[in-house]
Write a protein that binds this ligand. Structure first.
Ligand SMILES: Nc1ncnc2c1ncn2[C@@H]1O[C@H](COP(=O)(O)OP(=O)(O)OP(=O)(O)O)[C@@H](O)[C@H]1O
Ligand SMILES: [Mg+2]
Length: 326
């Protein structure tokens, strides 16, 4: 049987110089809760380890369970900037790492035209002119002409920060190999300039919705965190934190209903984000009891497909029975 993690043992064996404000596992849970994110012990432990071992966290799980929000809240908790890279099909080096400022290079060549005349003066033939120009070519490939994109920006951030590489599964498989250097060595290699290492290693979060398998090389470099749909208790705490205006009794009824509805064979089961939206809607409607009529009128906040709404309406009395049990 795997040994349970002893929080105190862990806190005594890991040292963390970069994010001292993070504290131990209990402190992380409290700090996240104060920032509005209900963090389980498992999540807090992964964050603690990632900070100490300087490893990225790969978060997997269904849509709307708080993967992106976890990274955003972490930046808030450590009070450091968040650098976000949103992944999509076709994302490449020039959007993720860096790009040369072609416009500026061109402008400077125009402005320096006269100086170029001086440089080339007396040169005999094309070969000699090229030779002289080569000596100046590097000027246009210096940091002054470099446009940093999110991954490089995260390396340049003073005193660390939080790097969120969101929805990595949406990027092409080949893009993952571009990330490996950043994820394991916290550096970016630029052929014209050399290697740029992180000024201070950021806390890195990658998220994935499991739409495709990620490479073993990427997985190996990360600590893995799966966030499933929450338990009833956890979801009730999340709703209470996000929508404190909703009464305790309404929160309990709503969460039981959502858990019952997730049991149906839906095209798209409601996630935490939908539960929170539904809770907000009920507050706006000044509802103080979850009855069948109210549910029917607001099901469209919870369910995103007409066929799911019809299925739920057909099962309404069974679903309401789950609510009344509370
Ligand atoms: N543990 C939590 N504590 C507080 N709020 C939460 C928690 N988990 C989720 N939420 C709420 O759910 C919303 C959706 O979360 P988020 O956008 O992070 O989901 P996601 O897993 O990144 O979804 P997707 O895969 O669709 O991007 C958040 O804005 C937040 O309100
Ligand atoms: Mg997300």
């Amino acid at each position: 049987m795997p040994q349970a993690v002893n929080a105190h043992q862990l806190e005594n064996t890991v040292s963390d110089t970069h994010y001292p404000t993070l504290g131990g596992i209990d402190a992380i849970q409290s700090a996240f809760e104060a920032a509005g994110y209900i963090c389980t012990k498992r999540i807090a432990t992964v964050i603690r380890l990632a900070a100490a071992l300087e490893k990225p966290i790969l978060i997997e799980g269904p849509p709307g369970v708080g993967k992106t929000e976890l990274a955003k809240t972490c930046a808030q908790v450590v009070n450091r900037p968040l650098v976000r890279l949103q992944c999509y099909e076709g994302l490449d080096e020039s959007k993720a790492l860096y790009e040369w400022k072609y416009g500026k290079q061109l402008l400077y060549t125009q402005l320096l035209k006269e100086q170029l005349g001086d440089v080339l003066e007396g040169a005999k033939g094309l070969a000699e002119s090229m030779e002289r120009l080569h000596q100046f070519g590097d000027v246009f490939y210096s940091e002054a002409f470099l446009e940093s994109r999110p991954l490089l920006k995260a390396m340049e951030t003073e005193n660390g920060g939080v790097l969120l590489i969101d929805e990595i599964d949406k990027a092409d498989f080949e893009f993952e190999s571009l990330l490996l250097e950043v994820l394991s060595d916290f550096q970016v290699s630029i052929p014209e300039l050399g290697t740029i290492s992180a000024r201070s290693k950021p806390l890195v979060f990658l998220t994935s919705n499991d739409t495709r398998d990620l490479s073993d090389a990427l997985k190996r470099r990360c600590l893995h965190l799966h966030i499933p749909f929450p338990s009833i208790d956890l979801e009730a705490r999340i709703v209470a934190s996000r929508v404190p205006e909703l009464t305790q009794s309404m929160t309990d009824q709503l969460v039981h209903f959502v858990h019952a509805i997730r049991e149906l064979d839906l095209k798209k089961a409601p996630a935490i984000s939908e539960t929170v939206d539904w809770a907000r809607s009920l507050v706006l409607l000044h509802a103080n009891d979850l009855d069948g009529r109210l549910v029917q009128d607001t099901l469209n906040v919870l369910l995103k497909y007409e066929e799911d709404i019809l299925l739920a309406e057909g099962q309404l009395s069974k679903l309401m029975a789950a609510v009344k049990k509370t």
